[in-house]
Design a protein around this ligand. Structure first.
Ligand code: FAD
Length: 394
C-alpha cells in the first residue's frame, strides 16, 4: 500500500511513525508539509496523556522521556486563593503510562515534539515545501497536485492531517468554516525559574478568564502561562502571531494575576495570541480512499488539553485498523476506515463537548463563580470526569 500524509503536524508524524513501526503492509509512506521548515520556535506547550502510551508503544519511549515534563499535581485557585490540590500520580504513574519506571505523559513543547517525531522517521519520509492544492480520486487510486506546479499519484490512501484549516477536507468534503469559540488566549513562554516546581500545574479562575501556569519540555524546559478569556472578537487562529508583551502586561494589570504569572511574563521569550476556533465534526471521516485525522476533523477548545493527544490517538487508531486489514481481520480498506471512524467519532465528540463545558465553568462570573468554587473545593467530580476522558488510550 502506498500512503501519503498531508501535513507534518503531530498527528501526521505520529501516523507515519506507526505505519513504519507496525505491520500495516505499507510499502511507502510520505509526509508532505507546505512550509519549507518544521517552523521551530512556534507555539507553546501541548499536553499528551493517553497519547504517551501510544508513543511508548511505537518505540519512542527513550526519545520522549527527556522532552516531557511530567504532570504530577494540579492546583486550583480562585482569584489567587487555593481551592484544592489534586494529585495526578495515582492516575498516571502506572502502566501503560510508565516507561522505565517514569511517567511518560506530560507537557511537551510542541516544536520539540514535532522535530523529535520527524527525526524518528526513515530518511526522506518528510518532504518540506510541498503544499497540496488539489486531489483527484480515480477508482482505488488518488493523485495530488502541489503549489510548486508538480504532481504525484498512484496513492492507495491519502490522509488529511493538515490541521484546522484543512485543504484536504475542503477539497474532498466541500467548503467549511472553523467556528469561533468565544475565547481568546494570550500565551507567554519563558526561560524557567529555578524555584518553580515544574511538575505542578496551576489553574487560577478570575471573572470571565482563567490563568494557566505550568512547565513543559523536560530537560530543555520552559515555563509558560496562558490567559484564556471570553472575547467577542474572533481574531485569527494562527499560532505564529507575536503579540506584544505590553498587551499581556495590560491584561495582567486589568484582570489581576499571581506573582508567578508576572514573573513568567517578565522573562518571556515568546508571546503570542490567538482566537480559539473549533472545527465542526463531520460524521463521515473518509470519502473513497481519502481520510482525515486530528484538528482537520475536530479542532477543539484547549480546556482539557486534548488537541495533540486526540490527534495522536486518531493516528494510532487508523494505523491499528490498517494493521488489521493487513492481517485480513478486516475485509477491505473501506471496512478499515469505517472501523476507524466508528471507534473514534464518539470519543472526540465527547472530548469537544466536555472541553467546552469546562471552558464555560472556568470562566464563570459571579454569582455563578461562587458555586463553581464551592464545587471545586468540596468535590472531585469534575476531576473524575476529566480523567475519564483524558486518560484512556482508546
Ligand atoms: C504552528 C503551530 C503551533 C501550535 N501551538 C500550539 C500550542 O501552543 N498549544 C496547543 O495546545 N496546540 C498548539 N497547536 C495545535 C496542536 O499542535 C494541534 O491541536 C494538534 O497537534 C493536532 O495536530 P494536527 O496534526 O491535527 O494538526 P497541526 O499540528 O495543526 O498540523 C497540521 C500541519 O499541516 C500543514 N498543512 C496545512 N495545510 C497543508 C497543505 N495544504 N499541504 C501540506 N501541508 C499542510 C500545516 O503547516 C501543519 O504543519 C499548534 C499548531 C500549529 C500548526
Amino acid at each position: 500500500m502506498k500512503v501519503v500524509i498531508v501535513g507534518a503536524g503531530l498527528g501526521g508524524l505520529v501516523l507515519a511513525r506507526c505505519l513504519q513501526h507496525m505491520q500495516c503492509g505499507v510499502r511507502s509512506v510520505a509526509v508532505l508539509e507546505k512550509f519549507p521548515t518544521l517552523r521551530p520556535a512556534r507555539g507553546g506547550a501541548v499536553g499528551v496523556t493517553g497519547g504517551a502510551a501510544i508513543l511508548v508503544k511505537v518505540g519512542l519511549g527513550d526519545r520522549i522521556l527527556p522532552i516531557r515534563t511530567a504532570m504530577k499535581t494540579l492546583e486550583q485557585r480562585s482569584r489567587g486563593a487555593l481551592l484544592a490540590q489534586r494529585d495526578f500520580r495515582s492516575l498516571l504513574e502506572k502502566p501503560p503510562f510508565l516507561y522505565k519506571g517514569q511517567m511518560a505523559c506530560g507537557l511537551f513543547m510542541r516544536d520539540t515534539l514535532q522535530q523529535t517525531l520527524a527525526d524518528s522517521l526513515d530518511n526522506g519520509t518528510v518532504m518540506l515545501g510541498k503544499e497540496v492544492i488539489s486531489i483527484e480520486q480515480s477508482g482505488p487510486k488518488a493523485s495530488l497536485r502541489f503549489a510548486d506546479g508538480t504532481a504525484d499519484g498512484d496513492y492507495d490512501l491519502v490522509v488529511g492531517a493538515d490541521g484546522i484549516r484543512s485543504t484536504v477536507r475542503r477539497l474532498v468534503w466541500g467548503e467549511y468554516s472553523p467556528i469561533y469559540s468565544g475565547y481568546q488566549i494570550l500565551y507567554t513562554v519563558a526561560a524557567p525559574r529555578s524555584n518553580r516546581d515544574p511538575n505542578r500545574l496551576v489553574q487560577d479562575y478570575h471573572d470571565d478568564c482563567l490563568w494557566l501556569t505550568a512547565s513543559a519540555g523536560g530537560e530543555r524546559q520552559y515555563d509558560f502561562c496562558a490567559l484564556a478569556m471570553r472575547h467577542d472578537n474572533p481574531e485569527g487562529f494562527e499560532w505564529t502571531k507575536q503579540s506584544s508583551q505590553i498587551a499581556v502586561i495590560k491584561e495582567i494589570e486589568r484582570r489581576g494575576a499571581s506573582d508567578e504569572v508576572r514573573s513568567i511574563v517578565s522573562n518571556a521569550v515568546r508571546v503570542f495570541d490567538w482566537g480559539v476556533h473549533m472545527n465542526p465534526i463531520p460524521s463521515r471521516w473518509f470519502q473513497g480512499n481519502v481520510v482525515l485525522l486530528g484538528d482537520s476533523l475536530h479542532a477543539t477548545t484547549p480546556f482539557m488539553g486534548q488537541g495533540a493527544n486526540q490527534a495522536i490517538l486518531d493516528a494510532h487508531s487508523l494505523a491499528d485498523k490498517l494493521e488489521r486489514l493487513h492481517r485480513k481481520e478486516l475485509p477491505s480498506l473501506e471496512a478499515a476506515l469505517t472501523e476507524y471512524n466508528r471507534s473514534r467519532l464518539p470519543v472526540v465528540k465527547r472530548v469537544a463537548m466536555m472541553s467546552n463545558r469546562l471552558g464555560a465553568t472556568f470562566t464563570l462570573r459571579p454569582p455563578w463563580s461562587y458555586a463553581r468554587d464551592a464545587m471545586f473545593r468540596n468535590t472531585t467530580l469534575h476531576l473524575r470526569l476529566l480523567s475519564k476522558e483524558m486518560i484512556p488510550v482508546y
